[in-house]
Ligand binder design. Structure first.
Ligand code: URA
Length: 445
């Protein structure tokens, strides 16, 4: 087999065979295909796409390129959740303890943040003492006993994706639905869960800017899952502004705890109930999302979800009393307030600009080695659809020093747009599973 012929075939819009795709991935991992040929292949896929069968084989080959995680020692259906990333996305911190409180085992492996999207591991490590490097024995013990544990990725999961993603990043081939679908799903398949709830973000703060693209990506991932023997639920949710009010690690932990107490921001609380509901249905703990939602709401009102979070924090070395005393969480040295430059209705808060401002405040990192300040970030005081006066505070900015605070303030101010009126979109924009797509809960398309 010859890599040049494979590239030419894709260039000429022909379908690749299983053997050709596996040959490509094995050459990527083994080093026999140089970067320029890998890049040419990626560009051909980016332009000409792939069939569902090609994507399923590519994903399987990438998933099998490294270690896989065995969760078979945990009884019951193991459900994973994945979000395609977004500013202020702290859903795992709320959904995992809620689902565990409803009896679903949550064995979660998470990553660190890079660029504008924060990582769950960083958020949790802002809790004093919290350990995300667990031994496999501890991980299993906690899940068996308390139904919840979270650890950083230790195994060499989907190395083919690492190599391909690094090249996509520098060759303009990131925005390709087949490549994104294979990238996300290869890691999910290798992580061993039976069922996966995928939250595909759509809007300014997301990879997918249009609803059509977001739905297509969700559908492709559902199909890949089904072809690889996993049940996948794809939901498309609105990301036209940061999620909730808090952006930044310790600030997001505090907002997550408030949400577990039933006092979280409306948009974020709604998203947690949507994702949690599909997780309970996927794990066969509820017959439908209405029943699941009632169970999740009960776990918040009776305090069992918060209690599960406290237990989770304690198991992993953290201080559970942070839930009662937020003063134990790291805080930033400098606070500034961003003031509205005009009177009007907030019509837009650009996700990428907000994320960049968070990096300026030292709440996020640009390169893997950057150090983050756990107490830094923002608290948004007004969101899309809110009427504000000139001079009214729009956001609190927290940073380790004056210079970072000023830079963050300047960048954050550029994220806002104002007008006379603004449309507030619903959180759930579409849902897809193996049966079809819904844009409305009762209407399948
Ligand atoms: N997230 C991933 O893991 N891979 C992509 O290609 C895009 C988003």
């Amino acid at each position: 087999m010859n890599i040049v012929e494979i590239i030419e075939k894709k260039r000429d819009k022909k379908e690749l065979t299983e053997k050709e795709i596996r040959f490509f991935i094995s050459g990527v991992c083994g080093g026999s295909i140089p970067d320029y040929q890998i890049s040419a292949f990626l560009m051909a896929v980016c332009i000409n796409g792939m069939s569902d069968s090609e994507i399923a084989v590519l994903t399987d080959a990438m998933a099998k390129s490294g270690d896989s995680v065995d969760l078979s020692y945990i009884e019951g259906i193991k459900v994973d959740k994945h979000s395609s990333g977004g500013v202020g996305d702290k859903t795992t911190l709320v959904v995992a303890p809620m689902a565990a409180a409803c009896g679903l085992p949550v064995a979660k492996m998470s990553g660190r943040g890079l660029g504008f999207s924060g990582g769950t591991i960083d958020k949790l490590e802002s809790i004093p003492g919290f350990r995300t490097s667990l031994s496999e024995e501890e991980f299993i013990r906690f899940i068996k006993r308390d139904k919840i544990a979270l650890m950083g990725q230790t195994k060499n999961v989907a190395p083919a994706d690492k190599k391909l993603y690094a090249l996509r990043d520098v060759t303009g081939t990131v925005p390709s639905i087949p490549l994104i679908a294979a990238s996300i799903m290869s890691k999910k398949l290798a992580c061993g869960s039976d069922s996966i709830v995928l939250d595909v973000k759509c809007g300014s703060g997301a990879f997918m800017k249009s609803l059509d693209d977001a739905v297509l990506l969700a559908q492709k991932m559902v199909t890949i899952g089904e072809r690889n023997g996993r049940r996948v639920y794809g939901i498309v949710t609105n990301m036209d502004q940061p999620l909730g009010n808090a952006v930044g690690n310790a600030l997001e932990v505090k907002e997550a705890v408030e949400t577990l107490k039933g006092k979280g921001p409306k948009d974020f609380t709604e998203l947690c109930y949507i994702i949690g509901s599909y997780m309970l249905v996927a794990g066969e703990k509820a017959k439908d999302t209405d029943e699941a939602r009632k169970m999740l709401e009960a776990s918040v009102s009776d305090g069992s979800a918060l209690e599960k979070f406290r237990r989770f924090v304690e198991n992993q070395g953290g201080d559970p009393s942070i839930t009662e005393n937020y003063g134990l969480l790291p805080s930033a040295a400098v606070k500034k307030v961003l003031i509205s430059p005009c009177e009007g209705v907030i019509s837009y808060i650009d996700g990428e600009k907000t994320g960049a401002a968070a990096v300026s405040a030292k709440a996020g990192r640009l390169s893997k080695t950057d150090k983050i300040d756990f107490g830094s970030g923002f608290v948004l005081l007004a969101k899309i659809g809110d009427m504000v006066e000139k001079g009214q505070p729009l956001a609190e900015i927290y940073a380790p020093d004056e210079k970072s605070a000023e830079e963050a303030e300047k960048r954050l101010s550029e994220a806002y747009s104002f007008s006379e009126a603004a449309e507030v979109k619903p959180m759930l924009l579409a849902y897809t599973d193996k049966e079809g797509i819904y844009f409305d809960k009762n209407k399948r398309c």
